[in-house]
Design a protein around this ligand. Structure first.
Ligand code: SF4
Length: 434
């Protein structure tokens, strides 16, 4: 039985903010398309990355019939369709709605939920987070207040293994043996709640954040942008949970993290990595067919630009055969592939800010990247869109041409070097890390 926290007003230090946004977030959605240099762009929110086979087929049709034929995975396990004609918004919305991908138009940009992709499939983790995912998505879409969340606000539902718990979400729920740890932003202290109340507690935590914005006039998009002393928001959330009849107690946060799913056959699932997060419609349709054949009827897009296909009905031979077919399309199924260590933003020609075709340069330097001591992330400008969290080497196109490479690693001195030509990457990395 969990003890309840006492209620308390939000401390006055929350009146100031460290970050002030002078406009709403500009995140694209399914209904609010973004105009890019290669046409309009739609970002379809996929809570938990979970798509049914029919939904995946609708997305492929949309990419082929309305866009440039490719599907792009984002760092939150969502899907982007690019190269859309200016006049196709209504047709796209109609198709997504019919497929159940727009359950609440008013929340379409706020359904940002990542969940452990292998939950319930590989025997790891404390619990299957799927019930939390369904409950949180449903209650989010039913919450009028939640419409005010920014398109950048993120929920993470971690099954206890620590994979999505390391993604810096605004509200993280992590399964533990006797319930769940709820963390707001990067707070040191968590709140322990019962597993049955975890999804409701997550939504209430987000609503407390919105209350703070309203009460203080703060104009921020993310929890950690609030200028609160450590634990202030956690304390306010605890008070709200108590008032709502949800027992909670302060608990030390679990900081252990884990990487995303490696490629291969893992438990009763198939896992592939998608180079640079970009799939042709042929690759996408092959994954979709495999998902239908192994009788799961489901794909799980991961925040690490991968796809997990639950395969409960596949024996070892069938799983190996399916994996070989996926590899045959160019998807990565080998844990030694250098693609696992390389990422890139969209770059030229899709983004007008980009100084280079970063995806082409990243692909051209792939062999050298495989020998890098840290993962590499190529960006066309300093915004570094979609860069992964954690230690890495940033390769950023420079205004004067070429690239600048920076080691971004905790506990290592900051080091920078110039890369005049991507074909010289090996030498630049050697100089940078020697
Ligand atoms: S990092 Fe810069 S170049 Fe790359 S997609 Fe973002 S804005 Fe465009």
């Amino acid at each position: 039985m969990l003890a309840a926290m006492s209620t308390a007003p939000l401390p006055p230090s929350s009146q100031a903010t460290a970050v002030a946004r002078d406009r709403g977030d500009a995140c694209p959605g399914s209904l609010r398309l973004h105009t890019a240099d290669d046409g309009a762009l739609a970002r379809v929110r996929v809570p938990g990355g979970v798509l049914t086979v029919p939904q995946a087929e609708v997305l492929a049709d949309a990419a082929v019939q309305l866009g440039d034929g490719e599907l792009h995975l984002t760092s939150r396990g969502n899907v982007q369709v690019r190269g859309l004609r200016d006049d196709c918004g209504a047709r796209l919305a109609e198709a997504l709605d019919a497929a159940g991908l727009l359950p609440s138009p008013g929340h379409e940009r706020t359904r940002n939920i990542v969940a452990s992709p292998l939950s319930g499939l590989d025997g790891r983790g404390v619990r299957d987070v799927r019930p939390w995912l369904s409950a949180l998505d449903e209650s989010l879409c039913a919450s009028g207040a939640a419409r005010a969340l920014s398109g950048r606000f993120l929920f993470a539902l971690d099954d206890g293994r620590g994979d999505v718990a390391g993604l810096g979400a605004d509200v993280t729920v992590r399964a533990v043996d006797d319930g769940a740890l709820l963390t707001v932003g990067s707070a040191d202290e968590a709140l322990r709640v019962s597993g049955d109340e975890a999804a409701r507690a997550a939504l209430l935590a987000a609503e407390v954040f919105l209350d703070v914005l309203r009460e203080t006039g703060a104009r921020v998009w993310r929890v950690d942008e609030l200028n609160l002393s450590p634990g202030e928001l956690t304390h306010a959330v605890g008070s709200r949970l108590t008032a709502a009849g949800i027992g909670c107690v302060p608990a030390p946060n679990d900081r252990t993290t884990a990487e995303g799913p490696p490629p291969g056959v893992i438990g009763s699932a198939l896992s592939v990595h998608v180079p640079l997060g970009r799939l042709t419609s042929r690759q996408w349709r092959t994954v979709t067919r495999v998902a239908a054949e192994v009788r799961s009827g489901e794909l799980r897009l991961t925040p690490w630009r991968g796809i997990v296909v639950p395969a409960p009905g596949a024996n070892a031979a069938a799983a190996a055969d399916a994996l070989a077919r996926l590899a045959g399309t160019g998807l990565v199924t080998d844990t030694s592939s250098p693609w696992l260590r390389v990422g890139a933003c969209i770059g030229r020609p899709g983004c007008g800010r980009s100084r280079s075709d970063v995806r082409a340069d990243a692909a051209g330097a792939l062999a050298d990247a495989g020998r890098s001591p840290l993962p590499l992330y190529w960006s066309g400008c300093e915004r570094r869109c979609g860069h992964p969290r954690g230690d890495r080497i940033d390769v950023v196109a420079a205004p004067e041409g070429g690239y600048r490479i920076d080691v971004v690693a905790q506990g290592r001195p900051a080091r920078t070097a110039a890369l005049d030509d991507p074909s010289h990457l090996a030498a630049a990395l050697a100089a940078l890390t020697s």
